[in-house]
Design a protein around this ligand. Structure first.
Ligand code: G1P
Ligand code: ZN
Length: 543
């Protein structure tokens, strides 16, 4: 075994996006590509001597090969210890949990989240800091800058390590501990939720389907829901992580989790349905013939947080990303706590959680979480709902309807135009920005514009700022249209249009969402000329 210094050259395009560096698998397989990025991470971190690193991923294609390379590079940089999930498996929330519990200096998550996997799919890498959350932009930018000037990297020439059995091994001076990927996480969940009440619920015949989407959350859901909570075997479906996710798109929304949605529409549907994404940080909550929007889910969990032992002391605040509906704001107001509006991406919640300003946070993109870790957490949200269902004895639909009756309903939808020409998307946003100053006071299909701007954010804790985080048009009636370009796509550009309308009248709470939003949808097209710019008459995905 020896540590080698390898000569390399900068490879363009290694700037991390909304959530780490995501590229096609083929890009990551190019000579030096992965090594350059990892060297840039370790260089940016500075002294790694004597420190502990957590390493794992969602099991997608290239996960195992990348883990061996990263272990060799970590050994060459003087890490004392690396905790690796058995089989290379660690969900994103589990990485965050393990970093915090074992006081590691950080962790590397190998995942492209909900993006398809397999040899032709996507791969990704994200560095998480000691608090357990994604590295802030100052760090990811420094990593990118180093990747632009890199000339060499350090790596051990040690042989592959067996990562399929729990136990310890050694590489150079570094100890490698292969850990059970579920244990630490399960122990944390047990402390937050009333497992006794949920066990009783299942013992009483309550039925559920959890769709693991052949991705990372299957083993966690099986161990916790079927194991610790006593749900019958078969409650978790698609529960084995596969390298290509069974050819599916592991994104838990009604479009991609069509199998679960169909099941929940049958006459003898289970009482409760849920799904999680590729790396286990997203969640979808489904009742009988009824799916709960992520924005509503955040608001409902906040309004009922007292059912869970971990949150009985009360909430300090709620945080949501700007495009997420304002349903949570109404709950915060009722609870007399602040509600923070941040740019898109979980990394912006970190400072608020660390400073104790927020307890719960969420995004419209099927992400919900709390200060228990520093990532969004799919299974956590599902367990929170189970705790709520156990505490109230009411079905999902009834809980949601009661919430709307109290706070009003925020009709909400996101229209995605995927893989459009990048230049066309850039022009659309540029044209929109030019129009912003004259929109206030105009009437768009009966909605009078209150103000229109390009969302900018100053972090109330560390004072850092972020510009151009999405164009928003806010109406006097409280409805909104938001436009932004995705920062996670790997093909062309993806335009996201977010639509929201508040309806106070319970008699109007059961309309089809797209119908309720029709006037805003038309307004969104007329302001941005989406069809003209993108050549698309309809969105690719509506959630
Ligand atoms: C998307 C979601 C965003 C989420 C991110 C990572 O980012 O919109 O809310 O934090 O994935 O899961 P986007 O592609 O919109 O930049
Ligand atoms: Zn994810």
């Amino acid at each position: 075994m020896a540590i080698q210094t390898i000569t390399t050259h900068p490879i363009p395009g290694q700037r991390p996006g909304t959530s780490g560096l995501r590229k096609k698998v083929g890009t990551f397989q190019q000579p030096h590509y992965l090594e350059n990025f990892i060297q840039s991470v370790f260089y940016t971190l500075g002294d790694c001597e004597g420190k502990t690193l957590v390493l794992g991923g969602d099991g997608r294609y290239h996960n195992r090969a990348a883990i061996q390379t990263i272990l060799r590079m970590a050994a060459a940089h003087g890490y004392a210890r690396v905790l690796v999930g058995r089989g290379g498996i660690l969900s994103t929330p589990a990485v965050s949990c393990v970093i915090r519990k074992h006081q590691a200096s950080g962790g590397i998550v190998l995942s492209a989240s909900h993006n398809p996997g397999g040899p032709d799919g996507d791969f990704g890498i994200k560095y998480n800091i000691a608090a357990g959350g994604p590295a802030p932009e100052s760090v990811t930018e420094a990593i990118f800058h180093h990747s632009e000037t890199i000339t060499q990297y350090r790596i051990s020439d040690a042989a592959d390590i067996d990562i399929d059995r729990v136990g310890s091994g050694q590489m150079e001076q570094m100890r490698i501990e292969v850990i059970d990927p579920v244990a630490d996480y399960a122990e944390l969940m047990q402390r937050l939720f009333d497992f006794g009440a949920i066990r009783k619920l299942f013992a009483g015949g309550f039925t559920m389907r959890f769709d693991g989407m052949s991705a990372v959350s299957g083993p966690y859901a099986k161990a916790i829901i079927e194991g610790m909570l006593g749900a019958p075997a078969g409650t978790v479906i698609n529960g084995e992580p596969l390298e290509d996710f069974g050819g599916h798109h592991p994104d838990p929304n009604p479009v991609n989790a069509a199998q679960l949605i169909a099941l929940m529409a049958e006459d003898d549907a289970p009482d409760f349905g849920a799904a999680s994404d590729g790396d286990g940080d997203r969640n979808m909550i489904v009742g009988r013939r009824f799916d709960v929007t992520p924005s509503d889910s955040l608001a409902i969990l906040a309004a009922n947080s007292g059912v869970a032992p971990g949150y009985r002391a009360g909430l300090k605040g709620i945080a949501r990303s700007m495009p997420t509906s304002r349903a949570a704001d109404r709950v915060a107001e009722a609870l007399g706590i602040p509600c923070y509006e941040t740019p898109t991406g979980w990394k912006y919640f970190g400072t608020l959680l660390d400073a104790g300003l927020a307890t719960l946070c969420g995004e419209e993109s099927y992400g919900t979480g709390s200060d228990h870790i520093r990532e969004k957490d799919g299974l956590w949200a599902v367990l929170f709902w189970l705790n709520l269902l156990a505490a109230t004895g009411k079905p999902v639909e009834e809980i949601v309807a009661a919430h709307w009756a109290r706070f009003g309903r925020n009709y909400y939808s996101r229209h995605d135009y995927e893989a459009v020409d990048a230049e066309a998307a850039r022009l659309l946003m540029a044209d929109l920005r030019i129009k912003l100053p004259v929109l206030a006071g105009t009437v768009l299909n009966t909605h009078e514009v209150d103000f229109a701007d390009d969302f900018a954010y100053t972090d109330p804790v560390d004072g850092s700022s972020a510009q151009q985080q999405g164009v928003r048009i806010v109406m006097k009636d409280g409805s909104r249209i938001v436009y932004r370009l995705s920062g996670t796509g790997t093909e062309g550009a993806t335009l996201r249009v977010y639509l929201e309308l508040h309806e106070a009248d319970p008699a109007q709470h059961h309309r089809p969402t797209q119908q309720a939003l029709a006037s805003l949808i038309a307004a969104a097209e007329s302001v941005a000329s989406i069809a003209m710019h993108t050549g698309r008459a309809t969105p690719t995905v509506i959630t």
